[in-house]
Design a binder for this molecule. Structure first.
Ligand code: HEC
Length: 314
């Protein structure tokens, strides 16, 4: 097999050999660099997606903590027992801040922040089956701080970060344990069915951020195709130019030398080798010219010798 390939290669013309060699280098080069580049771009894309998600969840968590620590107590101390407005609720405020962010720029349109609960006060926060499975994972392993990964949401690939949510402050139970303890105005607004029966220190849900991934991965793929396309064009131009060069400086002059040598060998001593360049091919032409001169001189001497011996015989 190996012998076969090398004999086929040997039988090819120079230009074909060169083209084949360059194509081989191109294919091997593009395969390795393509794989490396794809990995780098993918890694970059993942980094971009995860850093977006981390920034978002940390920012919103800070809004939540600050509201919880400073704003809610201040407001609540000013409220009468049955008075209520949703702006005192940290999770409501966090959602509003996030909605504001989404309004500020189309870039965040597909970002999602949710305080996703098994039994939420606001049904907008109801955990879907995937989120419920994350809640269960956190319940099974209390040491787990966060879960991250990719999932499909409305047909789009998203990256998510989830953190467990548990009530650690007994003050929260005022509105989340039994309806009769909650402010009447809150029951009016939200009803007496959802968001009650939460227990202290029990994981009832998760904070989950989802950031779109499909588009960033698509951009990475497009960059990869662009770079490979550019390299392919450069190689195509290189192969074409190398072939032109080979024809002009090597193949054509050698063919001429071969033609003249052929003519000289059949007795046409007027055929002249033509030197077109000062390189190795030029040296070859010079050597052939010298050889032709020596041949002409040798033939002349031979002729004289024959003439002389013919005269001698007469
Ligand atoms: C004054 C009553 C009240 C108090 C006190 C309260 N919450 Fe809530 N909580 C609500 C209401 C009302 C909502 C629904 C807000 C909305 O529409 O987004 C809510 C929503 C939530 C949510 C989002 C999921 C859902 O049920 O809709 C979480 C999580 C939450 N509260 C946790 C807490 C924690 C933790 C505390 C204590 C730091 C607390 N809450 C204190 C009334 C309260």
């Amino acid at each position: 097999m190996a012998i076969n390939v090398s004999s086929i290669f040997n039988n090819l013309k120079l230009a074909r050999k060169l083209t084949l060699l360059l194509l081989l280098i191109f294919i091997v080069g593009i395969t390795f660099s393509g794989i490396a580049l794809a990995n780098i771009l993918n890694h970059r894309a993942e980094e971009e997606i995860t850093s977006n998600a981390w920034l978002l969840i940390r920012t919103l968590d800070s809004v939540r903590s600050y509201t919880n620590a400073d704003v809610t107590p201040q407001l609540q101390s000013r409220l009468k027992n049955d008075e209520f407005f949703p702006q005192v609720v940290p999770s409501f405020l966090t959602r509003k801040v996030f909605e504001q962010l989404k309004k500020s720029d189309n870039l965040y349109q597909d970002f999602i922040y949710k305080e996703s609960m098994l039994n939420p006060t606001n049904l907008h926060d109801k955990a879907d089956s995937f989120e419920a499975s994350l809640v269960n994972k956190f319940r099974q392993n209390q040491n787990l701080q966060e879960l991250t990964g990719f999932r499909f949401l409305n047909g789009k690939k998203v990256f998510y970060i989830a953190r467990p949510l548990a009530i650690t402050n007994p003050d929260c139970l005022k509105c989340h344990s039994t309806p009769d303890m909650a402010p009447k105005n809150m029951i009016k607004a939200y009803g007496a069915i959802n968001g009650f029966g939460w227990k202290l220190n029990q994981i009832n849900g998760i904070q989950i951020v989802s950031v779109p991934a499909s588009e960033i991965f698509r951009n990475a793929r497009q960059s990869l195709i662009l770079v490979i396309g550019i390299i392919a064009i450069i190689f195509a131009v290189a192969i074409f130019t190398a072939n032109l060069w080979l024809q002009r400086f090597i193949v054509r002059p050698i063919k001429q030398v071969a033609q003249v040598a052929e003519a000289v060998s059949t007795g046409d001593m007027d055929a002249e080798f033509e030197k077109v360049s000062n390189d190795e091919v030029g040296s070859l032409v010079e050597a052939f010219t010298r050889m032709k001169i020596s041949l002409v001189m040798a033939m002349r001497r031979f002729e004289q010798h024959r003439n002389r011996s013919q005269k001698h015989d007469e």
